[in-house]
Design a protein around this ligand. Structure first.
Ligand SMILES: [Zn+2]
Length: 115
């Protein structure tokens, strides 16, 4: 899940929540409760189930993906309870949340960037 070849500068790649998204339950260790989304050239979204702990912002496990599209990946996200979060491009195990000085920071590693 640390796909550092992604071009994270393409913010227009951010997906929109699915209206039919299920009402996710709180994470328990054994079940997938969120979706991991990678967006590829042309806007093709690949969604796979993942485990996400909302309290700590930790992406715990991602299900085996379908065959990935041709071209480059433009961004990676987690959808949880109808919200889309940016996946940390550094560790791939955290999400980027607002921090000081108009920055965002990873919930799991020391990565920060301008929001
Ligand atoms: Zn990180």
């Amino acid at each position: 899940m640390t796909d550092n070849y992604c071009d994270y500068s393409k913010t227009e790649a951010k997906p929109t929540p699915k209206p039919e998204a299920p009402a996710y339950r709180p994470a328990s260790y054994s079940e997938y409760n969120a979706e991991y989304i990678s967006v590829w050239d042309g806007g093709h979204e690949v969604r796979t189930p993942c485990r996400f702990e909302y309290i700590t912002g930790r992406i715990d496990a991602v299900a085996q993906s379908e065959e990935l599209p041709e071209g480059g990946c433009d961004g990676e996200f987690v959808e949880y309870n109808g919200e889309i979060f940016d996946v940390c491009p550094n560790c791939g195990e955290g999400i980027l949340v607002p921090s000081n000085n108009n920055q965002v920071k990873c919930t799991q590693c020391a990565h920060t960037r301008i929001a």
